[in-house]
Design a protein around this ligand. Structure first.
Ligand code: ATP
Length: 334
């Protein structure tokens, strides 16, 4: 597991709140539990905000107990519910959300979510002065400043489970499969899944799709006797329908791959052991960082250590794919 910092409490809080926002990720529940149980251990009252920033705006905020977070570590999704909330992009709405917290005497907020959610958290802190700590929770693993995010490991394993089965059909029918995985504008999930699945090719949004090159490589593999079946992992990208369009374009080059879109199965399911431990530690450390006087930061993982990352950095920098990992992925293709 990770090296964890020892943090000395220097600030007192009576009440804090926690919410989950953006796409749900397996491991959000153990992260909430980590926050709640650690806060209670330090004598802090904890509120849960329902449906992310929507619940903050509407005042859908309720006290959480130690028992209330029992029996949730193994459950996917988030029992606090999650949502995307376009109103939170407006500063006036964020000010209104802060007044909902202040009305209840809540002095700080912990936000569990992806890039967008943590950007919102940063603006919220900057404008309202309420201390905020972010916890990276997304299956995409695309958050700057952290090597890992809650839900990524589970999503990789869920996709692998499906691809191992798809490969049986690909082999039997001597066909290629284009398997679409999630990840929006980032290829982290695709590259990890592709390497672990022994994919014949990986298509990521960071590089333009070259249909001719893909078709040529399939033809070359066949000519060399390397087989005429396999798996091509495709990251969904920002434009829906990319994988079906790719299949149509490949048909113009004489290839007729099947398409399998894994979709939302990648978000659900029991969190892996790795994600449960990561989520529990990040939840606990989020509270400890608050007590140590930190704010406007995310608890991240850097080279095996749990670290503090200024939320501001998430808005200024973009996490890139590791070129060495890409090199390995390319070398391992047939
Ligand atoms: P995932 O990685 O799973 O998609 P995410 O947190 O990146 O999660 P988004 O849809 O980008 O998902 O953001 C979730 C919510 O965070 C938005 O619906 C909105 O309420 C808030 N949010 C996102 N970006 C901003 C922003 N620039 N300013 C204020 N709030 C934002």
């Amino acid at each position: 597991m990770y090296d964890l910092p020892t943090l000395e409490p220097i600030r007192r809080y009576k009440s804090i709140a926690v919410l989950t926002s953006g796409g749900d990720a397996p491991g959000m529940n153990p992260a909430i539990r980590g926050v709640v149980r650690t806060a209670l251990h330090h004598g802090i009252k904890v509120y849960g905000v329902q449906r992310g920033y929507s619940g903050l705006i509407n005042g859908d905020i309720h006290v959480l107990s130690s028992k209330g977070v029992s029996n949730i570590v193994q459950k996917g999704g988030t029992f606090l519910k999650s949502a995307r909330c376009s109103e939170f992009h407006q500063a006036t709405i964020r000010a209104n959300a802060a007044s909902q917290l202040r009305k209840l005497g809540i002095e700080a907020l912990i936000v569990i979510g992806g890039d967008g959610s943590l950007t919102g958290a940063h603006l919220f802190e900057e404008e309202t002065g309420l201390p905020v700590i972010g916890i990276p929770g997304t299956i995409d693993n695309d958050i700057f400043g952290t090597d890992d995010t809650i839900g990524f490991d589970t999503a990789v394993n869920t996709a692998l489970n499906a691809i191992d089965k798809i490969r049986d059909t690909a082999d039997s029918h001597e066909r290629y499969f284009l398997v679409e995985v999630m990840g929006r504008s980032s290829g982290f999930l695709a590259v990890h899944v592709g390497i672990a699945a022994g994919a014949e090719m990986i298509v990521v949004p960071e590089f333009a799709v070259d249909v001719e090159a893909i078709s040529l490589q399939l033809a070359t593999s066949k000519r060399k006797g390397l087989g005429s079946s396999g798996i091509i992992v495709v990251a969904e990208g920002n434009a829906p329908g990319l994988t079906n369009r790719l299949a149509e374009q490949m048909a113009h080059h004489g290839h007729t791959p099947y398409v399998s879109i894994l979709g939302h199965i990648q978000r659900g399911g029991h969190p892996s052991g790795h994600d449960r431990v990561l989520a529990s530690c990040l939840g606990a450390k989020a509270v400890e960082y608050l007590l140590a006087g930190y704010s406007d930061m995310m608890v991240g993982v850097n080279q095996g250590q749990v670290v503090d990352v200024p939320l501001d950095n998430l808005t200024r920098y973009r996490k890139g794919l590791d070129p060495e990992l890409l090199k390995i992925a390319l070398q391992l293709h047939k």
